[in-house]
Design a protein. Structure first.
Length: 202
């Protein structure tokens, strides 16, 4: 289930000096072809005295998919596109999951990728949504799942940000919490470098 947390990363919006609406987010997200950022993750699991920490870098391309590279506490790379999910660990053969072998995962992927564009129609079909303009260009989007498999996993997914997406909080039915923080957003160049293109070749 770890990959689920990663699919909803990388949203970014331009600075605005007026009230923000969900429609505004949809428009702005659709015009961010590539988003790069650093991430840190803190996961609190019921029954464990200390939270789990991880960090690394990520890249989201509207045309290619998601590249998620965890650097600490150990190296782990996940690549997700429309038809494959690949997990890569040093010294091991990459593990590949396809849409044919796990259609539920990729149905979930489709729903989560709708978040990148704040696709209101898809969100309203699958979530009860509450969008708040918090002032000073800050916003919050709370998604309460109402369709399967989302409603079997999460009680809520909360996204918040200002100029960029700054945090995601996931709470699940077991009472576990996962907090993701994003920094050092890089929105240019708007096309992938040759090196970045290689991330999606496997």
């Amino acid at each position: 289930m770890t990959a689920i947390f990663f699919i909803i990363n990388g949203l970014a919006i331009n600075n605005v000096a007026y009230a923000i609406t969900l429609d505004e987010l949809q428009l702005r997200f659709a015009h961010q072809p590539v988003v790069r950022a650093d991430f840190s993750q803190v996961r609190q699991i019921q029954g464990m005295p200390h939270p789990l920490h991880s960090s690394g870098e990520m890249l989201v391309s509207q045309h290619k998919g998601l590249w998620w590279h965890q650097q600490k506490p150990f190296s782990l790379t996940l690549v997700l596109d429309d038809s494959h999910m690949v997990q890569i660990m040093p010294g091991q053969t990459p593990q590949v999951i396809t849409a044919e072998s796990n259609p539920q995962l990729f149905q979930f992927n489709h729903l989560m990728r709708a978040l990148f564009q704040a696709d209101r129609a898809v969100l309203e079909e699958n979530f009860n949504i509450k969008f708040s303009d918090l002032g000073q260009e800050k916003w919050r989007l709370v998604l309460t799942p109402k369709t399967s498999p989302l409603d079997k996993l999460f009680t809520a997914i909360t996204l918040n940000g200002q100029t960029n997406l700054e945090g995601i909080l996931l709470t699940d039915l077991q009472g576990d919490r996962t907090e993701l923080s994003f920094t050092q957003h890089r929105l240019t160049p708007e096309t992938l470098s040759n090196e970045e293109e290689q991330h999606f070749k496997f």
